[in-house]
Design a protein around this ligand. Structure first.
Ligand code: DGL
Length: 270
């Protein structure tokens, strides 16, 4: 048994890196649905169907616990999956809650009523589908009051990353930051609400300015997964190897991943 990590494409590798660093003895199977990326411009119905298919593929690999390392899938599909689709002996977790707990200074499982928190102005950068779902604002409202969220749908950024076009991705990030700053000139914190975006974290930080605190999910999700496995050791597998699967062309996806991560990354066909 291994832990499954799912994303529409390459972005979830930022989460896989962090969880593998936090739990080096653990075995993971990563599935990138590169054949269908980007998800961020698809309908919620489409995202639900594709995410369920990806999770079933990981279950077939023996991954009873799957982490959706994709905000778009977490925002548009996870709740419906958990309510009506995931069988009792399996678990599917998302990436939103650990991030929002960090932003609202909460420990895991602190379900006390929403309260005032230090951060009042948050810039959210995410895919169009994640922004449209308002899942981030909904989860935030359960935990905090008085936080002003300005969301920027970052069209084109995931496509540029999947195509390996770093220059276009950086240009688009600067344009999206400018657009957001016209509506919220002084955000205190910025949330990179798409697992592809940490690959461009420096560009986001440069465009936002050094005073803006950046929240990105990889390390937060890793800490939260380690905590979850301590409470649910039945999901810890016995394997030690990690495999990377893609629904796209393994050669092409390996080349793009190697380019962005600046180390050899080898995918196999899913
Ligand atoms: N990494 C996915 C996310 O976190 C990208 C979604 C997409 O494919 O557009 O939202």
């Amino acid at each position: 048994m291994a832990i499954g990590i799912f994303d529409s494409g390459l972005g979830g590798l930022t989460v896989l890196d962090a969880v593998a660093r936090a739990m080096p003895a653990m075995s993971f199977v990563y599935l990138g649905d590169n054949a269908h990326a980007p998800y961020g411009v698809r309908t919620a119905e489409d995202i639900f169907d594709l995410t369920c298919a990806g999770v079933e593929r990981l279950w077939a690999e023996g991954c009873d616990l799957v982490v959706l390392a994709c905000n778009t899938a977490s925002a548009a599909a996870l709740r419906r999956m958990q309510e009506s689709w995931v069988p009792e002996d399996k678990r599917v977790l998302g990436v939103f809650v650990p991030l929002i707990e960090a932003l609202t200074e909460r420990q895991w499982g602190d379900n006390s009523p929403p309260r005032e928190v230090a951060i009042k102005h948050v810039a959210l950068f995410a895919t169009p589908a994640t922004v449209a779902s308002r899942a981030f604002q909904r989860e935030l409202a359960f935990r905090a009051v008085g936080v002003d969220v300005e969301a920027q749908p970052c069209g084109g950024v995931v496509d540029a990353i999947e195509e390996g076009d770093e220059m276009l991705a950086e240009t688009l990030v600067r344009a999206h930051v400018e657009a957001l700053k016209r509506r919220m000139p002084h955000p205190q914190a910025a949330v990179l609400g798409c697992t592809h975006y940490p690959l461009l974290q420096e560009t986001f930080q440069e465009a936002l300015g050094p005073e803006v605190r950046m929240y990105s999910q990889a390390d937060l999700v890793a800490a939260s997964l380690a905590d979850y496995l301590e409470r649910h050791p039945e999901f810890i597998g016995s394997g030690t190897t990690t495999r990377l699967l893609t629904t796209g062309s393994p050669e092409r996806v390996s080349v793009k991943a190697t380019q962005f991560f600046r180390r050899g990354v080898v995918f196999e066909a899913a």
